[in-house]
Design a protein around this ligand. Structure first.
Ligand code: FAD
Length: 477
């Protein structure tokens, strides 16, 4: 149990910091909890706002529903009755000058139905034949993680998928899907952090496709519906989640100090001292729920090796360009959730396009279609260097190329997210584990959580936050 009057400071009021503070207050109603946030709003990378008469997200608009964390938090906050599944889950990929329907049976872009793959026309006959070679594998390739089924070896997604199913499947299916999540290069992405389902499939069977079939069968045997919706969202905007967490923190006696950046973290004989422009705060435990650069700076003298690892973590900056266009001006049926762009068919600005009005029933409109267009990727900032007007024109041009847009953009909103999406390289999870061990050994009561660590999706952030809060309680700080 914590000492009477124990105080925890959570630094950063994104989904991670807010969930950590809320969990602490739920588990220990008498604990003092203060969240300090540099910006003048809470929510971090999660933001929703009015657009074309609807509430439309400026960042995340959905979270994985096949892992329990986010749905469970919504239930705990009384938001579960509001959850909605996407109205359409089928998507397309821009390749060879056309928007082509993705085949059924993809798992993170890996095809489990080769007939559907062949029928999609996305991959050539030679590409399908190359993918089919995976079915004949009876042994793991030398040195691959499967050679050591219980091992924790990590490699890049590109390395695994190119070697098992060939370049075409990787470049036209897997890479676009994963780049749609992290705006990065799947040839360098850690398999364990960025595609955990493929990592476990690669370990359990030498054929990736057969292993995924086994996973699907196991899901069915466990009584779960393998066709259940993969994602869920909040029609009032994802920000409802962070707003509700904030309101609950205040209602339970916690404090959220906006416009209060932590500038240094020190330790005296028994407590942590957090320097801010508004003065010094004292705490028994501190949860850092920050992007890597800020966390690295505060950790430098307490966990130098881990801080150096975080300092090296690269990020992609992106822009979410939300546009409203007249449906009559499109040469495209909008039947689906949107489209991705193949690695082989890159466009000048657009990297992915979500057909928000088709994806979400509550955004449906007979006349205007709302599209959420992503721009910018790791290592290519050309589109982001454009001013808002030029970026909007570049996006309109790419929508002309892909969807046959003829008329103007009726409304435009540009949300720029600098250094937003961490780029996990092979071995990342091991480095994070070492950071946590370094903290446990030398910095009692100092914990880290959030997108830079175990994974960038909202459920992962929630899971990490809850674990950090539980550790603060268990360790009695
Ligand atoms: C465009 C976009 C689309 C996305 N789409 C999805 C999606 O559909 N589904 C999904 O699951 N995930 C999605 N994500 C990822 C997900 O939204 C983020 O990874 C997640 O919200 C990060 O939460 P966090 O709390 O870890 O960090 P953040 O949200 O970055 O919060 C960190 C907070 O710390 C504050 N801070 C920084 N330095 C200091 C300091 N020194 N002192 C005090 N405060 C400080 C920051 O201002 C910020 O508020 C998307 C991300 C982006 C950018």
């Amino acid at each position: 149990m914590p000492a009477t009057g124990a105080h925890t400071i959570v630094i950063g009021a994104g989904i991670t910091g807010l969930t950590a503070a809320y969990t602490l207050l739920v588990n220990e109603p008498n604990r003092h909890v203060t969240v300090i946030e540099a910006a003048d709003r809470s929510g971090g990378r999660i933001m929703s706002g009015e657009f074309a008469g609807h509430i439309v997200d400026c960042g995340a608009d959905a979270f994985l529903a096949r892992v329990p964390d986010a749905v469970d938090l919504c239930r705990q906050l009384g938001l579960d009755h509001l959850l909605a599944s996407p109205a359409s889950s089928s998507a397309r990929v821009w390749t060879d000058g056309a928007l082509r329907q993705l085949p059924a049976g993809l798992v993170l872009g890996v095809p489990t139905d080769l007939d559907a793959l062949a029928a999609s026309g996305i991959v050539s006959a030679a590409g399908v034949a190359r993918a089919a070679e995976d079915l004949d594998r009876v042994d793991w390739p030398q040195g691959a993680p499967g050679a050591d089924p219980g091992g924790v070896d990590d490699q890049s997604v590109g390395n695994l998928v190119r070697s098992r199913l060939g370049d075409e499947v990787f470049e036209r299916l897997v890479a676009p899907l994963l780049s749609g999540v992290n705006a990065g290069d799947a040839d360098q992405l850690s398999l364990a952090t960025g595609a955990a389902q493929l990592a476990s499939a690669a370990r359990t069977h030498p054929s990736l496709i057969r292993s995924l079939h086994e996973q699907i069968e196991a899901t069915r045997r466990a009584g779960a519906d393998p066709n259940a919706p993969v994602f869920a969202g909040l029609p009032g905007g994802t920000q409802m989640l962070t707003d509700t967490l904030g309101a609950e923190i205040i209602r339970r006696g916690g404090t959220i100090a906006l416009g209060t950046a932590a500038t240094a973290l020190r330790r005296d004989a028994s407590r942590w001292l957090v320097d801010t422009a508004n003065g010094v705060l004292h705490a028994d435990a501190v949860v850092l729920a920050l992007p890597a650069t800020g966390a690295s700076r505060l950790l430098a003298s307490h966990a130098p090796e881990g801080a150096a690892v975080l300092a090296e973590l690269e990020y992609a900056s992106v822009a979410m360009v939300t546009v409203a266009v007249h449906r009559a001006n499109l040469d495209c049926d909008l039947d689906g959730s949107g489209f991705l762009v193949a690695l082989t068919d890159r466009l000048p600005a657009l990297t992915a396009c979500s057909w928000a009005s088709s994806k979400w029933a509550h955004l449906g409109d007979p006349d205007l279609a709302v599209l959420r267009v992503s721009a910018g990727r790791h290592g290519d900032s050309a589109a982001l260097a454009l001013d808002d007007e030029a970026l909007a024109s570049a996006i309109a041009k790419d929508l002309g190329t892909t969807m046959g847009l003829r008329g103007p953009l009726e409304q435009v909103r540009i949300s720029r997210w600098n250094e937003a999406l961490p780029q996990f390289r092979p071995g990342h999870l091991g480095r994070v584990e070492a950071l946590r061990a370094e903290l446990q050994a030398g910095a009692p009561g100092l914990l880290v959580a959030g997108a830079a660590h175990d994974g960038l999706g909202i459920p992962s952030c929630i899971r990490q936050a809850r674990t950090a809060a539980e550790q603060v309680s268990e360790q009695g700080f």
